[in-house]
Design a protein around this ligand. Structure first.
Ligand code: NAD
Length: 450
């Protein structure tokens, strides 16, 4: 008898997604006033429009960059265990591929829809451009509730979805990765199905796959490691030494726990951590190794952690600390609580944790915000390294991966910082300006075919 799958409760750290979140369209000529709609899609599009204005983007290029180059919808019929047939919808959107093959995760969730996937795909375009890797942006998903499916059913869905996307996926065309509710095993099934059809093993068709199948060393920690590099750079800009820094981290999954661990290793004092089950505060410093162990042995929750005083998740965000790392989910710092933030530096491990409405409040308070499309781009950067290793048929050592990640993240931070000085804008807007400018310049050089 088949059992329900463990994808939705997968261990923190085995999800190796490139990351992504949501946007929605607005009008360039009449940028919407900054409002707090608690909608990451809206928030992102407001920032895109402001960056487009700063760049004085031609209306044609603006339209081009807002529109995905390809949106594919497929139906996925699956025979269920009782013999009945159920049909699922599968999506893949390539937002842009002029910098190189498109890159982005695949999510399995009941609320997956075309608009969301389009938005997430655009976000990937900007993220890849910020860190200067030769990828475009894409995203995909299957509308299903993995909690109600067996592993066998998920395997069938994955294989049929891949078979339907044979003309879309490809190591030189479009490269998926894990995202919400997908993991290494699902990447292995995509790799296998694609390879069966092309009659050769194609490890480069997906990233975030198991190490033994061509995954990269360091991929699991890559996003948290990138957050750590961004945090160190940010601390330097505000004249804060890691050994004097106090840090609060929201979210204790892959990104949050690894960011906390690595910042602790750098000498920072982690005084607050949280997850969905609650938040913990210890002004003397939390023992992060003990917290990770506690979570691993308590169903991946911090609940009952004895190493700190229990506070609310909202209190964690406004703790008296130097650095805040939101690494849980979107829309956590809004115009409702931005006034109360005490940190001098925010490093966005999560996608879209700060709404557009909170941006001007944080700016007026002088808080330096390292934006998501820069701070959490370590994941997609090491996905790129994984793909490069697959193409070369060679494994890099962990030291090489980590060293190249540091170089990429630090160079991206410096470019964003210089852009912010040049235009006298926030790091967030600077990251968008840099990304949009890069894609627009390549588009002008390549020209419009047809
Ligand atoms: P995860 O599922 O491993 O961890 C999420 C954590 O957030 C869990 O500890 C969960 O309990 C906690 N959480 C959820 N709601 C919370 C709340 N209201 N308050 C406090 N904690 C809460 O996910 P992850 O992979 O670590 O991703 C976290 C964020 O980082 C997401 O926004 C994701 O899109 C983004 N991201 C992840 C990667 C990656 O490589 N994993 C890459 C780029 C961006």
């Amino acid at each position: 008898m088949a059992t329900t799958n463990d994808l939705v409760t997968s261990r923190p750290g085995i999800k190796n997604g490139d990351g992504g979140t949501t946007i929605s369209p607005s009008i360039y000529k009449e940028p919407a006033p900054i409002v707090d709609k608690d909608n990451p899609l809206e928030s992102m599009m407001q920032r895109f429009d402001r960056a487009a204005e700063i760049l004085q983007l031609e209306p044609g290029i603006y339209q081009y960059l807002k529109t995905p180059v390809k949106s594919v919808i497929v139906s996925i019929p699956i025979q269920m265990d009782d013999g009945s047939i159920q049909v699922f919808d599968g999506y893949r959107v390539i937002h842009n591929d002029i910098l190189g093959p498109s890159k982005g995760g695949i999510r399995y969730a009941p609320d997956v829809n075309l608009d969301e996937v389009k938005a997430l795909a655009a976000w990937m375009t900007w993220k890849c451009a910020v860190v200067d890797i030769p990828f475009g942006g894409a995203k995909g998903g299957v509308r299903c509730d993995p909690r109600k499916l067996t592993m066998q059913q998920i395997e069938k869905i994955t294989r049929r979805f891949t078979a339907n996307m044979l003309d879309v996926f490809g190591p030189n065309r479009d490269i998926p990765a894990p995202d919400v509710n997908t993991n290494e095993q699902i990447m292995a099934w995509i790799l296998d199905t694609y390879s069966m059809h092309t009659h050769r093993t194609e490890p480069g068709v997906v990233t975030g796959k198991p190490l033994v199948l061509g995954g990269s060393l360091g991929r699991r920690e890559a996003t948290g490691r990138g957050v750590m590099h961004s945090a160190l750079r940010g601390m330097d800009k505000i004249g804060l030494k890691p050994k004097n820094a106090t840090v609060a981290v929201e979210g204790f999954g892959n990104v949050g726990s690894i960011s906390a661990e690595l910042l602790h290793e750098q000498g920072a004092k982690i005084i607050g951590i949280s997850d969905i089950s609650g938040a913990y505060h210890n002004p003397n410093g939390i023992d992060i190794a003990a917290a990770i162990k506690w979570s691993e042995t308590h169903n991946f929750l911090l609940e009952g952690f004895p190493g700190g005083e229990k506070i609310t998740n909202e209190e964690l965000l406004t703790l008296n600390c130097d650095v805040l790392v939101p690494a849980a989910r979107e829309d956590r710092i809004t115009k409702r609580n931005a006034h109360n933030i005490q940190a001098k530096l925010i490093v966005e491990g999560a996608n879209g944790p700060t709404t557009a409405g909170a941006d001007p409040i944080l700016e007026s308070k002088g808080v330096l915000v390292v934006p998501d499309i820069l701070a959490n781009a370590g994941g997609v950067t090491v996905s790129y390294f994984e793909w490069v290793q697959n193409r070369g048929g060679y494994h890099w050592t962990l030291d090489v991966v980590n060293e190249r990640l540091a170089t990429t993240m630090n160079a991206a931070f410096d470019r964003v910082y210089d852009t912010s000085l040049k235009h006298k804008i926030s790091l967030r807007l600077a990251a968008y300006v840099l990304a949009i400018d890069k894609v627009a310049r390549v588009l002008r050089l390549r020209g419009i075919y047809g």
